[in-house]
Design a protein around this ligand. Sequence first.
Ligand SMILES: *Cc1c(COP(=O)(O)O)cnc(C)c1O
Length: 369
Amino acid sequence: MKTETIAIHGGNAVTDSLKPVIQPITLSSTFEHQEESMLYGRLENPNRKSLERVMAALEKGLDAAAFASGNAAANAVFQALPAGSHIIAPDDMYHGLKSLLETVYKDKLKIDFINLTEPALVEKAITADTRLLWIESPSNPLLKISDINRLSAIAHAKGLSVVVDNTFASPIFQQPLLEGADMVMHSNTKYIGGHSDIIGGILITGEINDFWKGIKTVQKLAGAVPSPFDTYFLTRSIKTLPYRMQAHAANAGTIAGFLAQHPSVETVYYPGLETHNGHAVARSQMKGFGGMLSFVIKGNARAADRFIEELRYFTNATSLGGVESLIERRSRIQGVSEGIPEQLIRMSVGLENVNDLLEDLEKGLQILQ
Ligand SMILES: *Cc1c(COP(=O)(O)O)cnc(C)c1O
C-alpha cells in the first residue's frame, strides 16, 4: 500500500457482523473472557489498536504505543531507562519536554542539551552511562535540522538508542526509522489530529526489543492511555493527513518566501528556504518542509504584539498543526533565551487560501513601517 492508501485503510478494523464501513467506537472498559479476546480498557482497546496500527504502517515501524498526550509518550521513554542513565537531548527542544526533563527527571537522569546540528558535539558528549539520543527535527521553535542518519550512526556505534520527535514533519514528510532511528514520537495533538481538538501522543518502534517491551509495560501499568473517542477521531483525521500536509507545506513555503523579502522582517526560519542552514540536510531526509516557520521582525516585543493583534486569520494562540493558522510571540511561552529573542514569532500555517493569509500579513506588517 502507498501512503494515501495506508492513511485511509490502515486504521480500519471492522469485526461487527453488520459490516459498517467504518470501525465503530468501542467504549466498553472490559471484555468478556474468551480464548482470544481483549481483557481490559487500560491494557488494550480496538480503537487504540487501529490508531497504533495505522501509525506504525505510516512510519514503517513494527509496533506502536498510543498515549494520552505527546508528553506522556515521551515520558514513557524516559521512565523505561535505567535510573541514573545519561541522555543527550537537543538544545532547541519542545519546551514542555525540556521542562519535564529538568523537573521530574532532575535527580533520576543525567541530561545534556546539545546543539545536534554539530554531530561532533554529540560524539564528544557520549559517556559510558549514555543510553539515549533524543532528536527533534525540525526543532521547536528554531526549525533546526538534525542529520538523523549521521547522528544515528554515531549513537549506534556507542550502543545508544535513538528516538526522534517527528511532530513537526509528520510521517508524510519524514520517516526517521528509514534514516536509522530506533523509535519515533509524535504529539498527536498537532498534525495527526489536525483540527486543534484532541490531545494525544504516540511512539512507534522499528524493532521489538527489551527497551520497547519496557515502554509497553509503562503504557499498560502507568496507564496514561488515550480514550476510545480520542483514538477514533485521530484515526479519522489520519485519512486526510497526506493531503493536509501537502497543503500546509505549500502555504508555508509561499509565506516563508514572502516574509524573507519583506523589509520589516529580519530573519525567517523555514527549512524550505535555500538560505536556511539546514536546507541541504532537510532536502536529503524530508519529502516536504512542513507547515511551521518562525521569524524575527524588526522591532521589539511590543511591535511584535501589535503586529499579531492586527491579524484577522491568524489566531494568537500556542500549539500547531491544525487547519486554522495560529501565531504567537514565542517568548510568552518559553521566555527569552539564546537564539529566541523577545520579538521571535512562531507561525503554524493553516489551510486557508494562501492569498487571504498573505494579504493579512501584508496589512499587519504595514504597522511596523
Ligand atoms: C506539542 C509537542 C509536544 C508535546 O505534545 P503534547 O501533546 O502537548 O503533550 C512534543 N513535541 C513537540 C515537537 C510538540 O510540538
